[in-house]
Design a protein. Structure first.
Length: 233
């Protein structure tokens, strides 16, 4: 199984969701949905003395934290993501009685936690609006000819939370010139050139970019000179 020799943590008990069919080296049971690596070989939860634990999927942070607090024994369940080349947490194994106590605690303050989530969501939304405004202002500083509404649209698209786009990168959050220019170039490429049509017709991405490079530079040069408009474009 990929990467089992280099687990993501050495301070917690780790349980793996295998990517391939694996059998327990001790009892020969399997194929295993979950396994523990001991002495370099896979063992089932029963042979690893973890068979009495129950699986709690990721998603509820408060319940997970409290279930681990209420359990004398717990383990972190991970799975290797081949595309990203790293382990990703899938949930935890906890004692059933500990999970039950955690659920009671969560029910007791569910309304308070709901209100806190609402406040946090409102705060993040306000932060996102301020950041998008700052990003748009930086676009207009670098490209004074870019239509204002277009700059706002580029900023909103590039800085969308959770999108993984350039505005959410470290450079983007710092409003670095390179990140801002990259966001503008991407917008021009898709909206002001036949780039998308070339891709849909089967042209390779790098060839399509080569063909439309002149058109992109023409728009950027116009916007840098301040030859744009106040309305969208």
């Amino acid at each position: 199984m990929a990467g089992l020799a280099t687990p993501p943590s050495r301070t917690r008990i780790l349980v793996f969701q295998p990517l391939r069919r694996r059998h327990c080296a001790e009892c020969r049971g399997g194929p295993l949905a979950l396994l523990v690596m001991e002495d370099g070989v896979p063992r089932c939860l029963g042979c690893a003395d973890l068979g009495h634990l129950v699986f709690l999927p990721r998603g509820d942070t408060a319940l997970t934290r409290r279930a681990r607090e209420e359990s004398a024994l717990s383990a972190v369940v991970v799975r290797f993501n081949r595309r990203k080349g790293r382990y990703e947490r899938q949930g935890v194994l906890v004692e059933e009685t500990g999970l039950a106590r955690a659920e009671v605690r969560c029910l007791a303050d569910a309304e308070a936690r709901r209100r806190r989530r609402v406040r946090d969501a409102r705060r993040r939304a306000d932060e996102d609006v301020r950041f998008a405004e700052a990003f748009a202002a930086e676009i207009l500083r670098l490209f004074p000819g870019c239509p204002v509404e277009r700059a706002r649209g580029i900023a909103s698209h590039a800085s969308l939370r959770g999108s993984g786009r350039v505005g959410r990168s470290t450079a983007g959050r710092a409003l670095s010139e390179g990140a801002v220019v990259s966001a503008v170039v991407a917008s021009v490429r898709h909206l002001d050139t036949p780039y998308d049509e070339l891709l849909m017709s089967g042209v390779a991405r790098y060839e399509a970019r080569r063909r439309i490079a002149g058109g992109v530079e023409a728009v950027l040069a116009e916007w840098r000179r301040g030859e744009g408009g106040e309305a969208g474009g």
